[in-house]
Design a protein around this ligand. Structure first.
Ligand code: THG
Length: 617
């Protein structure tokens, strides 16, 4: 099935999924501790009967029982050499049950191994594991993919990248969340929605986790951000332990009436997870079949994310700073550390900048004497496990930007794409593939534009090209291209023209580096600060700057206040309180990275047991 056909199907929905597999197979005699896929292949009639019952109950999309038939999981049972054969047979089994009356989704999930830097599994190896399974199930005739019961956004990214590199089939991704509304790595449903739809997922959702009632809130959250359909597949209530057996007590009727609420909240693809039966699905279908289908957003919001936090960029919102400090240019001490392979200063810079109010952190590793790509990757691992700010990937090398985007566990900003042929031809498709936003630098192969007209023409050309290859205006932030006052007395005025042109004529947000403006002048901070406040008044959205420069930062907060921007008064007061506290000598208590990782690891072990308990495979 094509992505367009999938979109149409959901528009005519609500689309009904199947119910539980694991809990029903257990009831039918599948022992605990066996490889479920192997057991299913040894007892195909039980599985086929269950899926036939789901189809009869109204299921539109069956999940093929390929859930953990990936190399890592199969290896645990000594079955890795049967991966292809098993996946083919499992898809065929669901096709047999579907009889053309339901679609068959190839089902993939976690491997049980944790990704580096928490575990040892490298991202690219996980992509390969998913690719291997995806190739087989796509070739076996699966209609679409579902990546489900995921606890890690980064593992979802690996799966989506893998599937997209293998085929063009639609991809639904669904995560499980803890009662606090986050995955165990700290991702919330809104962040997952932004990251995965940017990466090319065709539906985003939630499964397992909770009973249907508790899924309403996460579904509503996803709906605020989603440009793609939302999926909900709740358990039949919370698991309860009775005589040593896990039971789910929400009956079909109650389940179905909660299902209606989920559809009202925005879910247009709906089914059941642990504890649900064909009777639950029948009641659900009956309850929701004539309900109107929620329409996803038609215009996407401008959002960058880390794994744990999202940052929204709006044309009239609060002014934002991209912290510039993780950049060895002009920093001898940092250069020396990086040459020794130490990231201590980088880590401290990340913490300081976040604390001082940077919304986004620029990461640039351009210097002599190091392997820039390797250092960029290591820095991303270090910074993303230290702070929650989204990152701006800054390199003049296309391959380094691509390598960084691949492993970055969120939605990044590329710094930058110009009209230079090499950049436009190579980087725009990379930005599109990884779903990144980018800073548009108005330069061409002819060098700097001679005047504002030429600058604006370049901006339009790159914007049109980006749109042509499938990106949108909401993916772009324009750099004003700050020149030096010493060389051109009108440098600031020309930038202001660009800021207002972009905001008012093109509807694009803007950014700029500040320090160029004052190059060669004494006491540059004053010039930079005056430039910044006037730029904000002319519509500048964000600046690449050093957030530890308090005059500059405070002037930015004050500018928002003077422009009566939403909640700017609260933000100004909070900022002043923060500074007052800082200078009262109170130290911020920081959890060192190593300790933080240890905490996460402990949590993971705990969670793993819980999940095994909740869901059989
Ligand atoms: N536009 C875009 N990207 C950019 C710039 C821009 N990236 C690079 C630069 N300009 C913004 N980043 C920096 C980073 C560091 C410094 C200035 C701009 C800097 N370094 C001091 C020095 O050179 O001496 C060291 C100061 C310190 O220790 O903090 O000033 O315009 N899209």
């Amino acid at each position: 099935m094509t992505k367009a056909e999938f979109k149409k199907l959901v528009e005519n929905g609500p689309v009904i999924l199947d119910g539980a597999t694991g809990t029903n197979l257990q009831k039918a005699g599948m022992p605990v501790g066996v490889c479920p896929e192997q057991w299913i292949l040894e007892n195909p009639d039980i599985m086929i009967k269950l899926q036939e019952d789901y189809v009869a109950a109204g299921t539109d999309i069956l999940y093929a029982p390929t859930f953990t038939a990936n190399r890592i999981k199969l290896e645990e049972y000594g079955l890795a050499d049967r991966l292809e054969e098993m996946n083919r047979e499992l898809i065929a089994l669901s096709q047999k049950a579907a009889q053309g009356k339901a679609l068959v989704a190839a089902d993939m999930t976690m491997t049980g191994q944790q990704l580096y830097p928490i575990g040892d599994l490298m991202f690219e190896d996980l992509v390969d594991v998913y690719k291997e399974q995806a190739e087989v199930v796509a070739d076996a005739g699966a209609d679409l993919f579902v990546v489900e019961t995921m606890m890690s956004l980064q593992e979802c990214r690996a799966a989506v990248i893998a599937i997209r590199e293998v085929c063009d089939l639609p991809i639904m991704v669904s995560l499980t969340y803890n009662p606090d509304g986050r995955t165990l790595y700290g991702t919330d449903p809104a962040t997952a929605t932004v990251v995965l739809q940017s990466l090319g997922a065709d539906a985003i959702g939630i499964n397992c986790s909770t009973g249907p009632e508790d899924m309403i809130e996460p579904v509503e959250k996803m709906a605020e951000y989603a440009t793609i359909p939302i999926l909900a597949k709740p358990n039949a209530g919370l698991p309860e332990l009775e005589n040593g057996v896990t039971v789910y007590k929400t009956g079909p009727e109650e389940f179905a009436s909660c299902g209606k609420k989920l559809v009202e909240a925005g879910a247009s693809i709906i089914g059941g997870c642990c504890g649900t039966t064909p009777e639950h699905i029948r009641a659900l279908k009956e309850a929701v079949k004539d309900m109107p289908v929620h329409k996803p957003l038609t215009q996407k919001r401008r959002i960058l994310t880390s794994e744990r936090k999202l940052v929204e960029i709006t044309l009239d919102g609060n002014f934002m700073v991209i912290g510039e400090r993780i950049n060895p240019t002009g920093k001898k001490k940092l250069q020396a550390e990086l040459r020794e392979g130490s990231l201590n200063m980088v880590r401290q810079m990340a913490l300081d900048q976040e604390e001082n109010g940077a919304a986004i952190l620029d990461v640039n590793m351009g210097m002599n004497g190091i392997d820039e790509k390797e250092m960029m990757i290591n820095t991303i691992y270090e910074v993303t496990s230290t702070v929650d700010c989204p990152l701006c990937i800054d390199s003049s090398h296309v391959d380094i930007i691509e390598a960084a985007l691949r492993i970055y566990p969120g939605r990044a900003l590329i710094n930058s794409i110009s009209m230079e042929k090499e950049k436009m031809d190579k980087l725009l498709p990379i930005a599109e593939k990884y779903g990144a936003m980018f800073i548009l630098l108005p330069l061409s192969d002819a060098g700097l534009p001679n005047d504002s007209e030429e600058k604006h023409a370049i901006i339009r050309t790159v914007m049109e090209q980006a749109i042509k290859i499938g990106m949108s205006k909401e993916d772009i932030i324009v750099d004003g291209l700050v020149a030096t006052i010493g060389a051109n007395p009108r440098a600031a005025i020309e930038c202001y023209e660009t800021f207002s042109y972009c905001k008012n004529e093109l509807g694009l947000p803007t950014a700029c580096g500040l320090s160029n403006i004052s190059f060669g002048l004494p006491e540059r901070t004053y010039v930079n600060t005056a430039f910044l406040t006037m730029a904000i008044a002319h519509g500048l959205t964000m600046a690449i700057a050093n957030p530890s420069q308090e005059l500059l930062m405070n002037a930015a907060f004050a500018s928002d206040l003077l422009l009566a921007r939403e909640e700017s008064d609260i933000r100004y007061i909070e900022r002043m309180n923060m500074l007052a506290e800082k200078y009262a000598g109170q130290e911020r208590v920081l959890v060192p990275v190593k300790k933080r990782r240890r905490m996460i690891r402990q949590n993971l072990d705990h969670r793993k047991e819980e999940v095994l308990f909740l869901k059989l495979f």
